[in-house]
Write a protein that binds this ligand. Structure first.
Ligand SMILES: Cc1cc2nc3c(=O)[nH]c(=O)nc-3n(C[C@H](O)[C@H](O)[C@H](O)COP(=O)(O)OP(=O)(O)OC[C@H]3O[C@@H](n4cnc5c(N)ncnc54)[C@H](O)[C@@H]3O)c2cc1C
Length: 438
């Protein structure tokens, strides 16, 4: 079988590429190994509860992209305001922690604020520049000072990344870590404020159907979407792909949103050095437990960060706090996220820990309230920006590009991307094909 463009992967990146090609009347075939489209943006329904692959909230940085997506959102997506917090020293601080220290023990506030002032003075008068920090740990110290680093940035990030912070670069953060002004840190140290700092203070989310409404809507009525068929192997020189069904496809162009190491592993004749390099790309995985509980909404938080060691999870939240319709009347939904590297931890132990801690926090009264539990495993959820990552990724992307493959999406680019960036990359890949650039 011969196709003009083969799209491998039916998450947001692949679907957006297909949609853009379809709108330009250009032929394509999309293959997705799962039976449903959406990738990370799929949703599971259980006993009246709607669970995403952990909290998935849509926000836009680029008006042009929002305009492209708008027809697929219809009037189902409503704007919501997030309520995010950090739990430490027995109290909730509004997110971002660095701007909201009021309510913490006075010694902690003093340590955080004095450390922040010292770091700010060093930046101002000694020419210290966090943009040139050699690693993420130094960047935290230079940006936030010793107190905020010790009390939040270090323990939280060590828990999430499961990697010494001196091994991480600073190339992944950008908009993800808000950097406050001195006045904001001081104001937040003395009075509680509802801060809207950060890249995701409001977001779009539908009343019904969970985040999967978005990929389903992009996929609606698109021809040539083959679900439950994966890309098995790839011969770049002959432009042939073999699918898991055994069918061989000849293609002119390939747009792949497979994880970059997986794409490399499926490519016949990949230079040995590149294959070995791809094997060095690292990520942390997430084990996500969702609970549906009987009773009133227990907490107002969309999500809460947990830096302290006594909590094995790094984040927990409640989508029903901001979208009540994800739970049946008289019920609420909670989710907990555990990060891991290597072998998946024991789900039984994680569940027991989650319930015990949620009870201690007062999010549940007792385990009998739990009427639904849905566990979701997200392998390689967060790619690791270690010293090797940038050079390996750019060598692989360069090689694939030269051989007619556009590797796109969060895992195709092996980056810390959002739904928006996945869609944008899929659209851009399609536009290059339409313009005859590739
Ligand atoms: C824990 C977590 C929380 C997040 N929260 C948010 C959020 O709140 N807001 C936000 O904007 N973004 C969020 N994101 C990011 C967002 O989910 C992703 O950027 C986006 O969904 C990626 O889409 P994608 O198409 O690039 O990749 P994916 O969704 O991974 O799609 C890739 C597809 O390729 C398929 N595939 C894999 N191998 C093969 C094969 N061999 N053959 C065929 N198909 C294959 C997969 O099954 C998958 O469907 C979050 C991510 C994580 C991990």
């Amino acid at each position: 079988m011969k196709v003009e463009t083969l799209i491998a992967g039916g998450g947001l990146a692949g679907l957006s590429c297909a949609r853009e090609l379809h709108q330009a009347s250009r032929p394509y075939l999309l293959v997705e190994k799962e039976k449903d489209p959406g990738g990370l943006c799929r949703t599971l329904l259980d006993r009246g509860f709607t669970f995403d692959y952990t909290g998935h909230f849509l926000h836009f940085q680029k008006p042009s992209l929002e305009e492209w997506v708008r027809p697929f959102l219809g009037n189902r997506f409503k704007r919501r305001t997030r309520h995010a917090a950090v739990y430490s020293r027995g109290t909730y601080s509004e997110y971002p922690y660095q701007e909201n220290n009021a309510g913490l023990p006075p010694a902690v506030v003093r340590e955080n604020v004095l450390g922040y002032l010292e770091a700010a003075l060093k930046r101002r008068f000694l020419g210290v520049d966090p943009a040139r920090a050699p690693d993420f740990k130094s960047w935290c110290l230079q940006s936030f000072g010793a107190g905020l680093s010790r009390n939040f940035m270090f323990p939280y990030n060590e828990k999430l990344w499961k990697t010494p912070l001196t091994r991480l670069t600073t190339h992944w953060m950008g908009r993800f870590v808000p950097s406050p002004r001195i006045s904001e840190v001081l104001r937040g140290a003395f009075s509680r404020q509802n801060s809207a700092a950060g890249y995701n203070s409001t977001f779009l989310y539908p009343d019904e159907g969970g985040i999967s409404v978005l990929p389903r809507s992009i996929a609606r009525n698109l021809p040539n979407l083959w679900m439950g068929v994966g890309l098995q192997t790839l011969d770049l020189s002959r432009k042939r792909a073999v699918l898991t069904s055994g069918l061989e496809i000849r293609y002119n162009r390939l747009v792949s949103s497979l994880p970059l190491p997986g794409l490399a592993g499926r490519t016949r004749g990949l230079p040995g050095g590149l294959g070995r390099a791809a094997g060095k790309l690292k990520a942390t995985s997430i084990y996500n437990i969702n609970f549906g509980i009987r009773g009133p909404q227990p907490v107002p938080f969309s999500w809460v960060y947990f830096p302290e060691k006594e909590f094995r999870f790094h984040r927990a939240g409640s989508v029903s706090a901001c979208v009540p319709t994800v739970a049946p009347k008289g019920h609420a939904s909670l989710y907990v996220e555990f990060s891991y590297r290597g072998n998946r931890p024991d789900p039984g132990a994680l569940g027991r820990h989650a319930l015990q801690k949620l009870a201690e926090l007062g999010w549940i009264q007792n385990e009998r309230q739990v009427v639904s539990r849905v566990d979701l495993d997200l392998p390689n959820a967060y790619v690791l920006y270690d010293e090797g990552r940038d050079a390996i990724v750019s060598a692989l992307l360069g090689y694939f590009e030269k051989n007619g493959v556009d590797s796109v999406g969060r895992y195709g680019r092996w980056e810390y991307g959002s739904m928006e960036s996945a869609m944008e990359q899929g659209i851009t890949a399609a536009r290059k094909i339409i313009a005859g650039i590739r």
